[in-house]
Every structure is written in C-alpha cells, then in structure tokens.
Design a protein. Structure first.
Length: 81
C-alpha cells in the first residue's frame, strides 16, 4: 500500500468518527419479546435524549424475556439519539 492510500483511509476514518454512529430508523425492532422498536424508545426517553435502560425495563418489560435486547444494548444504545 502506498502512503497516499493510507492517508485517504485515515481521512475517511476521521470523518466517520466525527459524525458519530449511524442512527437507527424508528421501525427497527430492539426487543423481539415485547415488540419494542427504536421509535418506542425515543418516545419513552425523549425528554432526556438519552437511553435509560431502567426506564425501558419498567415501561416495556425489556430484559424480562430472552434478555438479548439488554445483552445487545452496547450495540444499539448509541444509535438511538
């Protein structure tokens, strides 16, 4: 690989990290057991614009079924707001 190509990769990586993580669409299902999607989470946590897992557990019973939504939280929490 030449230096110019590596420089372009570094620039692209910097641009991607500046823009932050890609936001999920409202209809993406997060909790399959209780049919909770991104839109539901945004509505429930909207005032703070921050995901509150404890609130979601109380309001939607997330984590009381198979628990995969809570286990996968690191993958989706930063893509809600």
């Amino acid at each position: 690989m030449d230096k110019e190509f590596l420089r372009q990769i570094d620039q692209a990586t910097e641009l991607l990290t500046q823009n932050g993580p890609e936001k999920l669409m409202d209809d993406v299902l997060i909790c399959e057991c209780f049919c909770v999607n991104v839109g539901d989470i945004r509505e429930a946590c909207g005032e703070t614009a921050k995901v509150d897992l404890e609130l979601l557990k109380q309001r939607f019973s997330m984590g009381e079924g198979c628990k995969s939504c809570i286990k996968a939280a690191p993958d989706w929490v930063n893509k809600i707001f």
